[in-house]
Design a protein around this ligand. Structure first.
Ligand code: AKB
Length: 337
């Protein structure tokens, strides 16, 4: 069978590296990557072609490519986006729009729905205050969607752009809808934690940063309060969710954007777990008001029942399995502790 063509943007990021490795393990794909950085050794041999540079200037490289799937992961994350807002808008919104236009055009012209997978985020939510956050319980996709950050606004708007290009682009009468519109699918990820890579520029970064520091015997000053709570997920589950959504038959999907959750814990829970595994670790709390404000605006946990019902989503790792069967064994190998 001919290989299917996949584009992964932001391939050098944490999700990108893990996704390229998993797609390559599955086999049957010609993987084209793009990023402003050169590919790291972990995935260099797995990419058939790497387009390096600013996506907005490089998009023309993809005009003649016949992609079956696009994973658009390139983004400026929440903390970085808050200090370089216009640049974040350009990367997060204009980059996404150019790629959506390209995929929509190719879907219609070649009568083949390009599947466009988009990682949105819990940053699409905006809890007005801590009291509302604590009382909100499991937040559904359509609730509290007034983001407080540039990144959150960008993600929420790109979800809407994806719906526009997949449902309404061309403004044909419903009876005349061409059968081959772009097939846009999005997940709202919680904070992600990998045992192999570290995030940069995000605000949920305190979780993985603390654990990696503790495993290396380095002191860590956590930039949020001890009681700060949001949901997190193991990187293998994040990759599993993207591949499950990629494979899900269109007819099973009742919506375009799905919440995902795995385990919601506090920064103090992270500290306790880190100290239990690495008793010499030293973790203190030195909240940064700006970054604290960002995490306080994100819900404590989200309701992912629609993803479970529509496409069988179920994380492999709850909090205990995350530490005992994934993170600690892998991190001990990595840092030799
Ligand atoms: C960030 O912290 O910006 C990201 C996210 C939650 O989307 N990890």
């Amino acid at each position: 069978m001919a290989e299917q063509q996949v584009l992964v943007t932001g391939a050098c990021g944490e999700i990108g590296q893990a996704l390229v490795q998993e797609l390559s393990k599955r086999g049957g794909y010609r993987i084209v990557t793009s990023d402003y950085m050169p590919l790291p050794d972990s995935i260099k041999a797995l990419s058939a072609e790497h387009v390096q540079g600013d996506l907005l200037y490089k998009i023309k490289n993809f005009y003649d490519c016949d992609f079956d799937f696009i994973f658009h992961l390139a983004a400026s994350l929440s903390s970085k986006a808050e200090v370089a807002t216009e640049d974040a808008h350009r990367i997060n919104v204009e980059g996404t729009m150019q790629l959506l236009m390209l995929a929509a055009y190719r879907s219609e012209k070649y009568k083949k729905s390009v599947k466009f997978l988009f990682p949105s985020s819990i940053a699409a939510y905006g809890m007005p205050d801590l009291d509302s956050k604590r009382k909100a319980g499991l937040v559904k996709e359509e609730e509290w969607d007034n983001p407080h950050t540039m990144y959150g606004c960008n993600k929420l708007y790109c979800e809407k752009l994806g719906m526009y290009y997949s449902k309404f682009y061309g403004q044909k009468h419903l009876d005349e809808q061409p059968p081959h519109m772009l097939d846009f699918r999005a997940v709202r990820f919680p904070g992600l934690i990998s045992a192999y890579t570290l995030p940069s520029g995000g605000t949920s970064d305190y979780g993985p940063e603390m654990l990696h520091a503790a495993a290396q015997g380095k002191d860590y000053a956590c930039f949020v309060r001890a009681d700060t709570k949001i949901s997190f997920m193991a990187m293998p589950d994040a990759i599993k969710s993207l591949l499950m959504l990629m494979d899900a038959p269109r007819g099973k999907l009742s919506r375009t954007v799905y919440n995902l959750a795995a385990f919601a814990i506090t920064a103090e829970d992270f500290r306790q777990r880190a100290l239990k595994a690495f008793p010499n670790a030293k973790v203190t709390f030195q909240p940064n008001p700006r970054r604290q404000g960002i995490v306080d605006s994100w819900p404590e946990d989200v309701d992912d029942s629609r993803a479970r019902a529509d496409w069988g989503w179920m994380p492999d790792y709850d909090v205990d399995k995350f530490f005992d069967e994934y993170f600690l064994p892998e991190i001990r190998k990595r840092y030799g502790k």
